[in-house]
Ligand binder design. Structure first.
Ligand code: ADP
Ligand code: MG
Length: 247
């Protein structure tokens, strides 16, 4: 085997496809620019690492299963002036994840609750955190079917290992008492360990109705709100703005 063939073979074994494609042209450029051996190695490895980080972020974003990809930068705060933009920007630094704090966004349809939740989720995925987006309905169905098939402990383990769990649209459908108990188990397991973002159209006073059980709802709220940034998003619907074509 020639040296080039060996290099390609070694790179294949080490999974370094970018090094394969750039090491020769970079070597020629390095000769011309009189780079040191270290500088050359640095440039080649850097190109590989950029692609690897990109791939890992893209994988994180795909695995998160966001319903759409919208960033916090795309959120128009002038349209929702009551939202504390400064606090949103501070939360976007993701300190809340290391503090295992939660975010709850409550408000009517169309005000951008899901958009903000996805925006935080994207920030977290780009920071290579494990993120998973669920509608409350899908999450509860999954918890129930895991319990039926005796996979609940395994599912709770998986969900509690996530850095950020997003639960969207809590309150659109009412939750049976049995499902509320499962939801409580999940919330307790994540309590003070990892962060959760919840969006809901129902104010906290109505969560007793949502969960068909005042006691369990109070216990869920207690855990979620203990370390939490609650937001009331009460402005106008952005969907209607888009339909009506005016402010
Ligand atoms: P909600 O979850 O509160 O019902 P969504 O987050 O689904 O609302 O928002 C509905 C649509 O309007 C989405 O396409 C979202 O990106 C957009 N949207 C809502 N509020 C804003 C805003 N303030 N700035 C930019 N886009 C917005
Ligand atoms: Mg929504």
């Amino acid at each position: 085997m020639s040296m080039d063939e060996s290099i390609r073979e070694y790179c294949k074994i080490l999974s370094l496809p970018v090094v394969v494609s750039c090491y020769q042209s970079e070597a020629e450029a390095a000769v011309k620019a009189k780079l040191s051996y270290q500088e050359y190695l640095y440039k080649v490895l850097q190109q590989q690492i950029v692609v690897r980080v990109d791939n890992s972020v893209n994988t994180k974003i795909k695995k998160a299963r966001f319903p759409f990809l919208k960033t916090l930068e795309e959120y128009d705060f002038t349209y929702q002036p009551k939202i504390d933009e400064k606090l949103i920007r501070e939360l976007a630094t993701l300190h809340f994840l290391s503090e295992a704090k939660n975010i709850v966004l409550v408000g009517p349809p169309g005000v951008g609750k899901t958009h903000l939740a996805v925006g935080f989720g994207l920030k977290a995925a780009r920071a290579r955190k494990r993120v998973l987006f669920y509608t409350a309905e899908d999450l509860i169905n999954e918890l129930v079917s895991a319990e039926v098939s005796r996979r609940l402990p395994a599912l709770l383990d998986t969900l509690s290992r996530l850095d950020l769990l997003i639960i969207d649209e809590l309150g659109y459908l009412s939750v049976s008492q049995q499902s509320a108990a499962l939801f409580f188990k999940l919330v307790s397991k994540r309590y003070e360990k990892t962060s959760t973002i919840i969006t809901s159209n129902r104010p906290f006073e109505e969560w007793g109705e949502v969960f068909n059980d005042d006691v369990v709802a109070a216990a869920i709220l207690d855990r979620i709100l203990h370390h939490c940034h609650p937001f009331l998003v009460q402005g106008k619907s952005y969907r209607l703005k888009e339909i009506m074509g005016k402010d």
